[in-house]
Write a protein that binds this ligand. Structure first.
Ligand SMILES: [Zn+2]
Length: 263
């Protein structure tokens, strides 16, 4: 990613209102600091402006003091894949929430965080419709193939597929991340996101491997984030709250950032 960097120290602050990343980069040519800020409060706008100015100054310094080519994180393309859509509503909550709708809500918020940081963001869908054309026989396969076409044509670096979970019994709760079995980077990315979403889970869950169409067929690292269980009434309510939507998308974003910085 950044071959002029000899050593870097990274940390992230994850709070309800803001996400702050700071990376101190130690190089042969000197040192610099790269920072990324995502703030979700207007009150913090002044702080954001000041910090952005600092970030810009230091990033410019870092760029010009570098002997090699610096590849910025901002060159990355992230595909946000809101699962299901149209006649395929996915799972339905105990109180009637449609998975396909919530997937779209979370996907848009997550995409916004990446856009704010300058990433190239590609969505597989931005409305409630599916990607299959007419809902005739074979629509599910056409829908999945269309998603793959978007992912592979975008030359994505990372794919995050957003879903909601369901279980036959109502006791299961929590967000969980899935990756393609055998994918080293998939495991790293899923583990990093899991670490952050666990802060919102009532107990620590582990990221799990499996064999899924989207993670197997994507030409780049891909994970599925199951944001929570619609089969649990209180989790269904939580998943519908704007506060939780903000917290969970922040957590997913943090997990991806920490993964990218660890490469
Ligand atoms: Zn789903």
């Amino acid at each position: 990613m950044d071959n002029s960097v000899d050593k870097c120290i990274t940390w992230g602050i994850f709070a309800r209102k803001c996400v702050v990343f700071c990376r101190i980069v130690l190089k042969k040519a000197g040192w610099g600091v790269e920072m990324l800020f995502v703030l979700n409060s207007r009150k913090l706008f002044v702080v954001l402006a000041l910090l952005c100015a600092l970030q810009l100054t230091l990033t410019v310094y870092l760029y010009f003091s570098s002997s090699g080519n610096v590849t910025s994180l901002l060159d990355y393309t992230v595909v946000i894949d809101a699962g299901h859509g149209g006649v395929d509503a996915g799972v339905t909550g105990v109180n009637g929430t449609k998975e396909s709708h919530l997937n779209l809500v979370y996907s848009k918020q997550l995409g916004q965080l990446f856009s704010q940081c300058g990433f190239n963001v590609v969505y597989t869908r931005t409305d409630e419709n599916g990607l299959y054309g007419l809902p005739t026989q074979g629509f599910k396969m056409r829908d999945m193939n269309k998603r793959m076409e978007i992912i592979n044509e975008s030359e994505a670096d990372i794919v995050i597929s957003v879903h909601m979970n369901k279980y036959s019994s109502d006791y299961r709760t929590g967000a969980q991340v899935f990756y393609q079995k055998g994918s080293e980077n998939g495991q790293l990315l899923a583990g990093s996101i899991q670490q952050y979403v666990n802060r919102l889970n009532s107990r620590n869950l582990e990221s799990l491997s499996g064999d899924y169409f989207i993670t197997r067929e994507s030409s780049c690292v891909a994970v599925i984030v199951e944001c929570g269980f619609l089969s649990n009434a209180s989790e269904e309510e939580k998943l519908n709250s704007t506060q939780h939507q903000q917290q969970l998308t922040n957590a997913i974003f943090c997990g991806v950032m920490m993964y990218l910085y660890s490469l």
